[in-house]
Design a protein around this ligand. Structure first.
Ligand SMILES: [Zn+2]
Ligand SMILES: [Zn+2]
Length: 189
């Protein structure tokens, strides 16, 4: 198989990693989206334009239904949490001393409570408005994920949840758990 755009050899899918990433970034930037697409703007992959978000790429038109699975495939090579990209936060459950974030199917439990960044403002778990701010994210889609020493989940409204995966004085403890279908990932520091 070859990338539809650059013809680079790929083992599966439609686009290479680079173009999966590029098309997703373009999809999330309104300036590349065709307003009221018609037959001239049909997707080069699936041929459709109705009920689709169509990206205008220098190489042609591509739809959200083709771009998003390709981007997820690219991200899943980096780790299972990246599958949360473009999923919607469906519920936030406060359970004794931890929180469960559900994204319809997938679920992220955090035993340390994440910080919430709303623009320049950071809200910690013991501050007023913490719970409300988390619940206000219900219905928001995940825009991006960063995961190394901290886990950052950025939503489309630019609100970021940050979880320290290597907190001091917490050695060996579990800080979070991610489950989806048969998959379970434990974050332990
Ligand atoms: Zn390519
Ligand atoms: Zn398509």
């Amino acid at each position: 198989m070859k990338c539809f755009i650059c013809s680079k050899e790929i083992s599966e899918g439609r686009f290479c990693d680079e173009h999966s990433k590029q098309l997703y970034t373009m999809l999330k930037d309104d300036s590349n989206i065709v307003q009221s697409p018609d037959g001239r703007h049909h997707c080069h992959i699936c041929g459709r334009f109705e009920d689709r978000e169509i990206v205008e790429h220098p190489f042609g038109y591509f739809c959200d239904k083709d771009i998003i699975p390709e981007y997820r495939r690219y991200l899943e090579k980096k780790g299972p949490l990246y599958r949360l990209i473009d999923t919607e936060l469906s519920s936030v459950e406060f359970v004794r001393d931890y929180i469960q974030f559900r994204f319809d199917g997938p679920c992220l439990a955090t035993y340390l409570l994440p910080e919430i960044s709303i623009g320049p403002r950071v809200i910690l778990w013991n501050e007023q408005g913490y719970r409300d701010s988390l619940c206000e994210q219900i219905g928001q889609r995940v825009y991006s994920i960063r995961c190394d020493n901290t886990l950052e989940i950025e939503f489309e409204n630019k609100v970021i949840l940050t979880l320290d995966l290597n907190p001091q004085d917490f050695e060996g403890a579990e800080v979070g758990m991610f489950t989806d279908d048969n998959l379970m990932v434990v974050f332990q520091c």
